[in-house]
Design a protein around this ligand. Structure first.
Ligand SMILES: [Zn+2]
Length: 273
């Protein structure tokens, strides 16, 4: 409780990656934003994954001062598979994957002044390699280069491929979201000067605790991936819980929580402002 009060005064917490448009969160979005403010959040990045959610994130960023909008195209076939096996109520339009990506790129370009990052984009080869995913990802990288925006990258069972494609780009402000690749790849990301996120599941995940241990704090961001990756079992995630990532960083890096928060905030300023 003491920590919460202290954090509220600091107001510098950032949730770099959340899906506020998600059908599990949107019906109670006012309360969720209220709790985030009480918990000391300064910014939440809401991430689009397709045309419909890109528009929703834009609306949310206009409605709530602490919300910033990121737009992207999530790996399309992976999105379809996720929709098919989802165990919560979904609007099917949330998972529309049949659209013209060039039209969507135009939309993002037109709204560039309201876009904080290109996200969520990347590769997801859980069901095998996909040519379309690689083409989409390359277009998203070119867009980030053109608009000079940071990019937040999803990489699942395609970690090395993602890194290779990104290394051949001109991008510098790269954030690898929820990275589950090998230790040697974590090192490669850190050596490249890119960033990694610390999701709230770090409270129980050895993988993310190792990332915190091995990567300098100047290259870390915190995220909830709400409504996913909850630190509390049996409960959906929300941005207010991002404090759990900061607490774990402070514990592992043996610094006080204020120092951890300030350090991650400086990363925000360097990459996003
Ligand atoms: Zn996500």
């Amino acid at each position: 409780m003491e920590i919460l009060i202290e954090m509220k005064l600091m107001n510098l917490l950032i949730d770099i990656h959340a899906h506020l448009d998600h059908s599990l969160l949107i019906p109670k979005i006012d309360e969720i934003i209220g709790r985030a403010k009480n918990a000391g959040l300064k910014h939440i990045i809401a991430n689009g994954i397709n045309p419909e959610t890109n528009r929703l994130c834009l609306e949310l960023s206009k409605k709530y001062d602490i919300v910033k909008c990121a737009m992207g195209i999530y790996p399309r076939d992976a999105l379809k598979k996720e929709a098919e096996k989802a165990e919560y109520p979904l609007k099917l339009t949330d998972f529309d994957i049949n659209f013209d990506i060039n039209e969507e790129i135009d939309f993002i370009r037109k709204n560039k002044n309201n876009v904080a990052a290109i996200s969520e984009v990347g590769l997801d080869f859980v069901d095998g390699e996909s040519k379309q995913q690689i083409e989409d990802f390359e277009k998203m990288i070119s867009l980030a280069e053109e608009l000079k925006k940071p990019i937040v990258v999803h990489s699942r069972r395609a970690e090395q491929k993602c890194i290779e494609i990104l290394e051949s780009s001109k991008l510098k402000n790269i954030i690898m979201h929820c990275f589950c690749g090998k230790k040697s790849l974590v090192k490669r990301i850190a050596d490249n000067g890119w960033h990694l996120t610390v999701p709230t599941t770090v409270v129980r995940s050895q993988q993310f605790q190792e990332i915190v241990k091995n990567v300098p704090i100047s290259q870390l961001f915190c995220e909830t991936d709400s409504p996913y990756l909850s630190p509390y079992k049996g409960q959906w995630n929300e941005p207010a819980y991002v404090i759990e990532s900061y607490n774990k960083i402070a514990e592992i890096k043996q610094m006080d929580i204020t120092e951890a928060v300030n350090n991650v905030y400086m990363n925000w300023q360097r990459v996003f402002e």
